[in-house]
Each structure stands twice: as C-alpha cells, then as structure tokens.
Design a protein around this ligand. Sequence first.
Ligand SMILES: Cc1cc2nc3c(=O)[nH]c(=O)nc-3n(C[C@H](O)[C@H](O)[C@H](O)COP(=O)(O)OP(=O)(O)OC[C@H]3O[C@@H](n4cnc5c(N)ncnc54)[C@H](O)[C@@H]3O)c2cc1C
Length: 318
Amino acid sequence: MVLVFSDDDKLCLEILSKGNELAKELSKKLTAVIIGKSDDALARKYIAHGADTVVVAETDLDSFKAEEYTGILENILKETKPEIILIGSNKNGKELAPRLASKLGAGCVTDCTNLYVKNKKLTAERIVYSGNAVAIEQFTSRPNIVTIPRKVFEPLPKNEKHSGNIVKKKVEVKKTASKVLKVQEMQTGDVNVEDAEIIVSCGRGFKNKDDIKLINELAEVLKGRTVGCSRPIAADLKWLSEDHWIGLSGHKVKPRLYIAVGISGQIQHIAGMRDSGIIVAINKDPEALIFKSADYGIVGDLYQVVPKLTNAVKEKMG
Ligand SMILES: Cc1cc2nc3c(=O)[nH]c(=O)nc-3n(C[C@H](O)[C@H](O)[C@H](O)COP(=O)(O)OP(=O)(O)OC[C@H]3O[C@@H](n4cnc5c(N)ncnc54)[C@H](O)[C@@H]3O)c2cc1C
C-alpha cells in the first residue's frame, strides 16, 4: 500500500497524484489519511483525485501538535502496514515525518523533488547544496517515508467516477508531555507568491524603495498583481515584507511567468523560482547569472526598460 497524508488539502492532492502513479506501478492500493473532524466532502475529493481508500481519524483536535499526530498516524500505519508513506512537506509535515520515521525505525527522505521505482527500490531525488547538486537516494528498508514540498507534482484531474472507500475511526488521543499555550497567526497581508500565476520580482538593482512602484505598475498591467523580491529587499532593506521573499530561505514559487528585475541570479534566489514556466530577466549586466536561467533576457537599465515594457503590455492588453 501507498499511504498519503498532509494537513494541507491542496498539497495532499498533489502528492496523491504521485502516490497514484507509484501504486499503479507497484500494483498496490492508494490510501489517504484525514485527521480531525469528519469531512466526507474532503474524503470524496481525495477519492476523485486517485485515492482507493480514505481513512478518517476522527478526533476533537482543533490544531496540529506533532506528538499527537505522530501517535495517531503511527497507529494507522501499524494497522494498514503501507510500504510507502508520502507526507506533505509543509511546516507540520516536516515535523511529523522524522518523528514517525524514528518511531517506526524507518528511513526518511525529506523535500523530495522526484520519486520513482528503480531496480525495485523507491528512489528519491532532492536538491542539495543550495541547488548546486541533486542527491539520488534509495531506501534499504521498509517502510519508506518521503516528504514532498508543494508544487512539485500536479494533482490528477478530478474523476468523479473513480470509486473508493471511506473508513472512519474514532481516535483517542494520548496525553502528551507538551502543551500548546497559544497559536498566533502570522500577519501575512494579502500577498501569496506561492499560488501566483504571474510574478514580477525586484532585486537590489533598484536604488530606492519608491522605485518599486515601477514593478507594481508592471505587475498590475500583467494582471498578475503579484510582486516578489530577492532576499536583500525583504531581509536587509525591508522595502517589502517577507511574504514577497523568493528563494532558498524564502518562498518557493512556480508561476507561469516570472520576471526578475535587477536580480543577479545567485543560486539561492534561483532555488526558489527555477520551476517557473517562462522566466524573463532584466539586468544591465550582460554577464549576470540570471540570464543562464532565463528564457528571455533584456540587457538594459531597468529604469528605462520597465516603463517601456509596462506601456507595451498596456497597449497590447488594450
Ligand atoms: C544561506 C543563504 C540563503 C539565502 N537565501 C536567499 C533567498 O531565499 N532569496 C534570495 O533572493 N537570496 C538569498 N540569499 C542571498 C543571495 O546569495 C544573494 O545575495 C541575493 O539573491 C542577491 O540579491 P539581488 O540579486 O537582489 O542583489 P545583487 O546580487 O546585488 O544583484 C543586483 C543586480 O541588479 C543589477 N542592476 C543594478 N542596477 C541595475 C539597473 N539600473 N538596471 C538593471 N539591472 C541593474 C546588477 O547588475 C545585479 O545583477 C541567500 C544567501 C545565503 C547565504
């Protein structure tokens, strides 16, 4: 069996797609797990996106706590005995997977970017050394636990005709040593670079904070309206909030179009946007690294190029 869990529904749909592929290849069944309040609509959605079974572990928990979720999943895994366990690599999943691996004495590959069977062994690829190399790792024991970040795999198209079982279990949650005292939502504003279709990003090529309006105008006419930035703009200069920060230590994005303006293209920035559909770079230095990752490059002063590009797009879009 291949088993999939994420407390992020969207991410769960993405990893279900890879789980479905692996299950078919290995002639296994695919199970998804939901922990929390019973949610038939969500369970049916998972079935329509490839799950053969959805186990709903019904609890009264209203927030994630790693020890509790590990205990619940551990019990489900002991009953269902999956060979492969795919966990969404969001903040919670990152805490959950290694705990689970340690409880089960299993191997755990984190932040995997490709997954396939080779020589009958599950083989995982992940990016290492800030994106300078790809590690290819194979499991030597079972079960195999893998965490997968967002936007690595596309969900399967919804198939309402796909049938599956929903298995509901009432779960008693064991008391744990730690206690959540307070949950404080981060102030994120309305920027969501991770889901954006079009991103216009600015870097240290901008001389003043006010000049970022050039980027806002271009983003606006492109109907993308999403502005991203390199680390110095958010972390050092604080011209934009951290929600805009793209890269290794910022957000990982996968828009259809990514326009990098005044960004040099250091590997740590590329690590966050390399999966974008079309990459356009604007930089006055023809030798800038960003051009190696770009599909289209404009060599020129951003203060001249960006307003012209904005006007050209405005005309084109009517
Ligand atoms: C552990 C670690 C993690 C990191 N994580 C991240 C991360 O998540 N995201 C990230 O972005 N960085 C990250 N960095 C920093 C990264 O290494 C670079 O320092 C950073 O990306 C550089 O930002 P930049 O391209 O905006 O600035 P610069 O490297 O200074 O580049 C500015 C560019 O603008 C061009 N330019 C200047 N004036 C103009 C003009 N008038 N017109 C056109 N072009 C112009 C220049 O030619 C230059 O290429 C990290 C570094 C470390 C060590």
